[in-house]
Design a protein around this ligand. Structure first.
Ligand code: FES
Ligand code: FES
Length: 136
């Protein structure tokens, strides 16, 4: 199976690889695993006092599509409010990266990581977590 050019481009030149201070109140951390393959993704956001995401970092121990999905997700997250970030759907990632059906769960991992990072931030800052359950 061939990776799309965009996947290869993100895979060879991933954006925003790294770590933010998970103990900071302004940082939300999402750590998720894919039951399909055991790949693991950590995605972190830094949020300002207006609930706008000013920075995003990821580390993914997984396949090329998972790395590309999380790299793309961090690019999309920067500058969005946490509410806007919740509207990022894994199928947007599938479309942007032209992922084939067997790689759709790699993009689900990115969406789940975004949502779990936002929830971590919300809980840290005294907001209600929203319902994470979404069946793909
Ligand atoms: Fe092989 Fe994800 S299944 S890296
Ligand atoms: Fe499992 Fe990509 S995350 S194959």
């Amino acid at each position: 199976m061939a990776y799309s050019e965009k996947v290869i481009e993100h895979y060879t030149n991933p954006r925003n690889v790294g770590t933010l201070n998970k103990d900071s109140k302004s940082v939300g951390t999402g750590l998720v695993g894919a039951p399909e393959c055991g790949d693991v993704m950590r995605l972190q956001i830094e949020v300002d006092e207006n609930n706008v995401i000013t920075d995003a970092k990821f580390k993914t121990f997984g396949c090329g599509s998972a790395i590309a999905s999380s790299s793309l997700a961090t690019e999309w997250l920067k500058g969005k409010s946490i509410d806007e970030a919740l509207t990022i759907d894994n199928m947007d990632i599938v479309e942007e990266l032209a992922l084939p059906p067997v790689k759709i769960h790699c993009s689900v991992l990115a969406e789940d990581a975004i949502k779990s990072a936002i929830n971590d931030y919300r809980v840290k800052n005294g907001m209600e977590p929203f319902e994470l359950a979404k069946s793909h």
